[in-house]
Design a protein around this ligand. Structure first.
Ligand code: ACO
Length: 401
């Protein structure tokens, strides 16, 4: 049954589905997800294979344009992005105006929206060519905003890294280069970040992606739509979980490392505590991304020679949860965010930047979904409701209330 027939067949009937647990919001050819079997594919390619064999920019191209790029296509894509990897000098002034205590996700969301003002030509996209220009602009400028958000917090001078480097290599350089020191690339970090970004790159109609699509469905500009997606991602039930996981693991460690105590808290319905990094709306068997990240966390920490007691606490919690009736009955397994923070921490990324790193990875997915929505000329997103308020009432003068 096609969507038009379905729409006319259901015209006049409003369904209520809080949290959209059983409601499809669109047809999409980008990401396939089977939550029961733990399968995730981008454009038909398995996440395991992509994480192992592709790099992040290739995956970005694949998600956005539907096919893996040839070398020539990839080179052109990268060159177009590099050309756009600068931001207006006045963006620095906006960044300067934020207090040091500002959460990086708030800063990033504001700066991304502000880019609209500095790039008016990206606002109205009428053709695929206009779209392409807006896409390479944001893929160029977003990593700059991410790196500068970090550097501003750390009081480091802002710069653009080195355009001769690969996309991910330059992100690391822009983030970590210290003044008066030569920055040496560490292939372990490049590989780990590449993998993490690929694993986060798309996940069909999650909260932030649905936000980007619904905001974009009003033909709001790409950058403003992405800014809304960043805000949605910020929440601890979504992308903010990676920060929350690490804070939780730190808390458990400081409290003596008694994982059983926290398992009991998570199961206590009178206690608001949840085991962060556990559970997923769609995965009811395992999250394939978590499997890959767990192995990567082990590798990265041992390659870097780091022994992190937090990793042991995480593994302990996972083991206990897998054997616990409450978690088994509710099909609660570690999700992508459970181990990612441990790698970010090993890489020297501060905890409050974790969700920003997630946004960096999710950027191509948001763009691909926005582009698909616009190319398919989807109608404005506008859910209905079932009204449960008062019936018509007569107005009461203020003296008589
Ligand atoms: N710890 C303890 N209990 C949990 C957890 C958890 N992490 N997650 C779900 N439950 C319980 C609920 O209390 C509920 O129990 P009940 O049936 O006895 O009432 C049951 O499992 C179902 O949970 P819901 O909240 O209804 O599931 P929903 O699909 O709405 O939520 C979510 C999914 C938000 C991911 C949830 O599992 C959660 O809050 N997890 C922790 C936060 C987290 O890790 N978020 C990241 C998700 S991945 C991502 O966005 C990248």
């Amino acid at each position: 049954i096609d969507i038009k027939t379905l729409r006319s067949a259901t015209g006049g009937v409003t369904t209520i589905d809080p949290g959209y647990k059983n409601t499809g919001s669109c047809e999409s050819a980008i990401t396939f997800l089977d939550g029961e079997k733990g399968i995730l594919r981008y454009r038909g390619y398995s996440i395991e294979e992509l994480a192992d064999k592709a790099d992040f920019l290739e995956v970005a191209y694949l998600l956005i344009f539907g096919e893996l790029p040839t070398q020539a296509q990839l080179d052109k894509f990268h060159a177009d992005i590099k050309e756009q990897s600068v931001v207006d000098e006045d963006v620095k002034k906006i960044l300067d105006a934020f207090p040091k205590s500002a959460h990086p996700m708030g800063v990033l969301s504001s700066l991304t929206s502000a880019l609209t003002a500095f790039n008016p030509s990206s606002v109205n996209v009428e053709s695929e060519e206009d779209m392409y220009k807006a896409i390479v602009k944001i893929l160029g400028k977003f990593p700059v905003l991410v790196a500068w958000t970090l550097r501003k917090k750390q009081g480091l001078p802002l710069d653009y890294g080195d355009k001769n480097l690969g996309y991910v290599e330059n992100i690391l350089k822009m983030m970590f280069k210290q003044p008066n020191e030569e920055y040496k690339q560490n292939p372990i970090l490049v590989n780990a970040l590449d993998k993490l970004l690929i694993l986060h790159a798309d996940h069909e109609q999650n909260c932030s992606t649905s936000t980007v699509r619904i905001v974009g469905s009003a033909h709001t500009s790409l950058f403003a739509s992405l800014s809304s997606g960043i805000s949605a991602l910020w929440g601890p039930l979504h992308g903010g979980a990676n920060q929350a996981v690490l804070e939780m693991l730190n808390g458990i460690q400081e409290d003596g490392g008694d994982t059983k105590k926290y398992m009991a808290k998570a199961k206590d319905k009178n206690d608001p505590f949840r085991l962060m990094g556990f559970g997923h709306r769609v995965y009811k068997n395992f999250d394939p991304r978590a499997k890959i990240i767990k192995v990567a966390a082990d590798e990265v920490l041992s390659d870097l020679g780091i022994e992190d007691p937090i990793l042991d606490i995480a593994k302990g919690l996972e083991k206990e949860a897998l054997e616990d009736k409450y978690f088994v009955d509710r099909k609660l397994y570690p999700n992508v965010d459970f181990y990612s923070g441990i790698i970010y921490r090993g890489m020297g990324i501060p905890t409050d930047m974790f969700t920003v790193m997630f946004a960096l990875g999710r950027l191509p997915g948001w763009i691909a979904q926005w582009r698909e929505m616009r190319l398919r000329k989807e109608p404005i997103g506008r859910p209905r409701q079932v009204y449960i308020g008062e019936n018509r009432r007569d107005f009461k003068d203020i003296k008589n209330r």
